[in-house]
Design a protein around this ligand. Structure first.
Ligand SMILES: [Fe+2]
Ligand SMILES: [Fe+2]
Length: 226
């Protein structure tokens, strides 16, 4: 069956250029099966999205606690954490408008699996934590962008409100990705290409391999993929 994913017509040239860079950085795109599942499971998607925003703020604050002597890192992470909490408030408002009650939900394998690859010794621990942060932000941005056209035009009733919200998150998630990469490069003092390739291979497997649970960062659902 040939299928052409819908394209978002409403993005600026600057955002399109940023998304193109992120696509190259990530290497693989979100599978169509995940996108199809997401638009048919918006409640589960939003509940996990809310959780992801809280976790993103928490991860930034963990770096502030672990490296208080690094003023530049702390300044950028503080700003990032505040932005993530604002995103959480926005998701929560969308959920409330849809009468979706927030709840505890198991996390996907994605972030926890990536974090097992963070080396234990410094400065590698900091560099890897920053690179893992970059992958999570980049994948989030790629997924928001990929979801927008599906929310607008996939043969089901359009969800323009959610499409606008996700389109509006692209610039800040793209900026977060850039900040994590810049912080890692400035602290490594050597080329990160080899390490990025190792982490990219892990990340890509998590995105492509069938997954038991559907979450914002999960792979394509196992039951549908089988
Ligand atoms: Fe966010
Ligand atoms: Fe972010």
């Amino acid at each position: 069956m040939s299928y052409h994913a819908p394209q978002d017509q409403a993005l600026s040239a600057q955002l399109l250029s940023m998304l193109a860079d992120i696509k190259v950085f990530l290497g693989v795109s979100t599978p169509t099966l995940w996108l199809q599942t997401a638009v048919n499971n918006l409640e589960a998607l939003l509940v996990d999205h809310a959780q992801c925003e809280k976790k993103a703020a928490s991860a930034a604050m963990q770096l502030m606690f672990r490296y208080p002597q690094d003023a530049e890192l702390c300044r950028r992470m503080s700003k990032l954490a505040r932005e993530e909490l604002r995103h959480f408030e926005q998701v929560a408002a969308h959920m409330q408008a849809r009468q979706i009650v927030d709840r505890q939900q198991t996390a996907s394998r994605y972030a926890s699996s990536l974090k097992t690859h963070i080396r234990k010794d410094e400065p590698h621990r900091l560099i890897d934590a920053l690179l893992v942060g970059a992958f999570i932000e980049a994948r989030s941005c790629e997924r928001f962008a990929a979801l927008v056209p599906w929310l607008v035009d996939t043969g089901r009733p359009a969800d323009l409100e959610l499409a606008d919200f996700y389109r509006g998150l692209l610039a800040s998630e793209g900026r977060h990705f850039k900040h994590y990469i810049e912080l890692a490069e400035a602290r490594a003092g050597y080329s990160l290409e080899a390490r990025l390739a190792e982490l990219r291979a892990v990340e890509n497997t998590l995105v492509i391999a069938p997954d038991e649970t559907f979450r914002f960062h999960s792979g394509p659902p196992l039951l549908l993929a089988g």
